[in-house]
Design a binder for this molecule. Structure first.
Ligand SMILES: Cc1cc2nc3c(=O)[nH]c(=O)nc-3n(C[C@H](O)[C@H](O)[C@H](O)COP(=O)(O)O)c2cc1C
Length: 313
């Protein structure tokens, strides 16, 4: 079984990808989407999206990193896919799932699930542009407003030559509201002759095994579950339900804070820490107390002191 860390724009950035991948069990991490309109993007944009390209497309602990592209223009996407590979991306991922209104309005992300023919043209162009031996993967939802076209969309992606397909088992209209409809993927999994990776609402080891069984898939992609509990991939691979202790989790949080303070600039770092704690507090009561204490703080030294107090507890 392979486990991928999901692309999450504004959440699974370079810093979190680095720390989460290091907990082990992840076979691949996918970057936040890079939006392509009608031309080849400058090289610095690729490096900004995926600083791991400076490290041959791998995280510090050597987990492969795949750049995700979003757009609807086959030629432009093909050029950018080629460039991503030249720069070291471990394959190219295509986004057919983004629910953002702005993105959908400009015909990117989930709205393309209304047009299986466009999916076909995009995947085909990218597949043809990506050198042999490199993976072209796609990530789709079950549809836009409903799932009437889910099989056509999956077929189009496969017929265009995709090597892997990830399915977030909800429509765009269903947003992020539970449940995820893993069993619907199970209904057509048999007709897809490439690896299918199931995604959506996998928060613990039990969910993971239920998702695999119901979807009849062999592989998983973890999104918010991995943000809440970075060791989730390892737990699933070891078929264990225990969670990592707060003191160990806190070391990771502290390392994150040190990293973002230095690298990200004053304006954003406090927000990023609060955002992560917001996820962690679902699992760790200590993270909740920490979150409450720093929620209104903007002074970075005050946040650092509170974190250090927690570390010395
Ligand atoms: C904050 C956030 C940002 C996301 N950004 C992306 C993205 O850039 N590309 C993408 O394909 N999916 C994106 N997604 C969707 C996730 O990859 C994943 O499909 C979704 O969260 C369902 O999985 P989960 O229930 O395990 O979180 C995003 C999700 C969240 C919560």
């Amino acid at each position: 079984m392979k486990i991928y860390l999901a692309p999450m724009e504004g959440l699974a950035d370079f810093y979190l990808r680095k720390l989460i991948a290091r907990t082990g069990g992840y076979d691949l991490v996918v970057t936040e989407f890079l939006r392509v309109v009608d031309q080849l993007l400058p090289v610095h944009v690729f490096y900004r999206n995926a600083p791991e390209l400076h490290n041959k497309g791998r995280t510090d602990d050597s987990t492969p990193v795949r750049l995700q592209l979003l757009g609807n223009q086959p030629e432009a996407l093909a050029l950018n896919a080629q460039r991503a590979i030249e720069l070291g991306s471990q394959g190219v991922a295509l986004n057919f799932g983004c629910p953002s209104k702005t993105v959908n309005k400009s015909k990117g992300g989930a709205v393309l699930l209304n047009e299986p023919e466009t999916l076909y043209q995009v995947v085909k162009a990218v597949k043809n542009a990506v050198p042999a031996g490199h993976i072209t993967s796609a990530k789709m939802r079950l549809g836009f407003n409903d799932n009437n076209l889910m099989v056509e969309c999956a077929d189009a992606i496969v017929q265009a030559g995709a090597d892997e397909l990830t399915i977030h088992a909800r429509t765009k209209a269903q947003g992020y509201v539970p449940p995820a409809y893993w069993h619907l993927v199970g209904e057509f999994r048999a007709r897809i002759p490439i690896p299918v990776i199931i995604n959506g609402e996998i928060w613990n080891n039990g969910d993971a095994h239920r998702a695999l069984a119901q979807s009849k898939c062999d592989h998983l992609m973890l999104g918010r579950g991995a943000i809440r509990q970075p060791w989730l991939a390892k737990q699933i691979k070891n078929n264990r339900d225990d969670i990592e202790s707060w003191p160990i989790m806190l070391l990771l949080v502290h390392e994150f804070w040190v990293l973002v303070r230095v690298q990200m600039g004053e304006k954003y770092c406090a927000g990023r820490l609060k955002q992560w704690l917001h996820y962690l507090k679902e699992i760790y009561p200590e993270a909740n107390l920490l979150f409450i204490d720093i929620r209104r703080l903007t002074d970075l030294e005050a946040i650092t002191s509170r974190l250090e107090k927690e570390l010395n507890n």
